[in-house]
Write a protein that binds this ligand. Sequence first.
Ligand code: OFO
Length: 170
Amino acid sequence: MIKNSMVKALNDQINEEMFSSYLYLAMAAQCEAMSLSGFANWMRVQAQEELFHAMKFFGYIAERGGRVELSAIAQPQKEWPSLTTMFEAVYTHECHISECINQLVDLAIQERDYATQNMLQWFVQEQVEEESSADAIVQKMKLVGDAQGAMFMMDRELGTRVFNPPAKEE
Ligand code: OFO
């Protein structure tokens, strides 16, 4: 059976993922207020992905016979000074989440919990993609600057993102 220390750490990660979802929803809200529906769409999809991450931890704890315990979700920031700083904040937040996942892996190794180590590998890989996609947008934003036409193109591009829940066996 899964150890209590591991269950507590995984429960804390559910909160991190729920906060991530809330944070991206706050960003989506600002994009909506700026009438940038494409940017808002990207953030909404990101928020959905984070809910999926939270539920993946939820399901795993339950499957291992642990008790899921939910805690209060902190209020996210409301406004960012620009879209570039907003996406820089996404990138910084994803680096923080990668660190959380690494700490979970450390704990699983310490506890000799091979099943949890195995489950966490999906998140290790996912974080490589999360950091990379946020960084790619930051770089693009820096390139286009405030040029209205380029911003319009980016809004169109980000508007095409759709949420694709990964296959069950992943
Ligand atoms: Fe964005 O990866 Fe979960 O939090």
